[in-house]
Design a protein around this ligand. Sequence first.
Ligand code: NAD
Length: 460
Amino acid sequence: MKLSVIGCGYLGAVHAAAMASIGHEVVGIDVDQRKIDALSKGEAPFFEPGLPEILSEGVASGRLRFTTDMAEAKGAKVHFIGVGTPQQKDGYGADLTYVNAAIDGLLPYLSEGDIVAGKSTVPVGTAAELTPRVEATGATLVWNPEFLREGWAVQDTIDPDRLVLGVSSRFARSTTEGGDAGSTTEGGDGHSTTGEEVDVVAVMKEVYAPPVAKGTPFIVTDLATAELVKVSANAFLATKISFINAMAEIAEVVGADVTQLADAIGHDARIGRKFLGAGIGFGGGCLPKDIRAFAARAEELGRGESVGFLRQMDEINMRRRDRAVQLVVDGLGGSVFKKNVTVLGAAFKPHSDDIRDSPALDVAVRLHGLGAWVTVTDPEAIANAQAKHPQLNYVEDRDEALRAADAVVVVTEWDEYRRQMSPEHVSTLTDGRVIVDGRNCLDAAAWRAAGWTYYGMGRP
Ligand code: NAD
């Protein structure tokens, strides 16, 4: 099928390449000429495992191309919208400037029967507001939120754990197919399905033919539900992380160990151990801005109190960054002024070079602000970090970065720090013996046995 993908960032570039890899003919469109130049050569403009391979294959096959010219979207059957929805500069809501610009830019090139599929994460109600503009062209607007995880984006796009499709309310019905139950409840609400509705759903199933064929749950819902599914999933994940970080705060007062606590409660299948890693908290281009936008939207809807807890989750999250900084200060005897502090990690999480709202970099910047000589290293994110925070010292080689460190802080749990860094080896690089484990990813006993003063998050 001919597809266009508008917005070729972390979501869109992966989506375009993944769709080409499963056999579609795809044009990726972005306003950023540098990104388009790189993508056109089959080069990934950011680090994402597996992306370079499917990009270069797609470009070489002729099924995948990139352009800045929106006119090239003409002729595609489905147009995916994957532009950014960042936090507003002067508020907590989502900035929809880019979504509106992408839709307006696309309108002249839409044809009768085309489908515009929103993938960007938007405040509930956005799709309903955009619908008349799209429908005036004879095209249909659907919302198809994206759940990919950076670092696993290629796999998550080609083989997602579920697909959600929001369609206009006049088509609305509740349908779940595939999954364990394998049940189909099409038209289960008694309302008859129109030919147009079946078409839209059928076309979207054809787009996602491989996962649909293997029984991946495909949930058809109304537009508002689809939008809400995405933001509530992120709200839940943020809440789970902040919950365990709140327990870490209590554990710190009484000398308890939050990692053991997480293991113990995680054995309860209703709770589960995933996303119960206490540490310096979440960041990145999605969770922080998505929970803020959700709270802001709920307030607009007169239901601010329903998700009032999200503000607290946000506050807990930000306090953990303070805590990590405080541990370094305490570890160095009350001041970091003119002390060498090596920060291991800059990306907001491993397997990514994304530094948007990275707690790792935030900790580094705060330590710098307190007068420390901060050296940052990261396997993939140095270029991005350097562009955003040129005041910090960056060193590519991990061991070089560790040399002469008075204190070491692990803030991104790359394998290079978590698994491949023994305390004995680091002891040969520096006389400093203070390590702050901002991700609770190190073997505390091993570091202590090697003579280090180890500080974890929520651990004695
Ligand atoms: P990004 O900033 O990496 O990419 C957005 C891209 O859109 C940029 O390349 C930008 O140049 C381009 N763009 C902006 N205006 C445009 C226009 N008018 N026409 C064409 N291109 C335009 O952002 P991202 O991380 O890819 O996120 C995009 C959306 O997807 C957001 O709503 C985000 O919340 C959502 N999302 C992201 C992820 C993720 O892991 N990154 C996961 C799920 C959902």
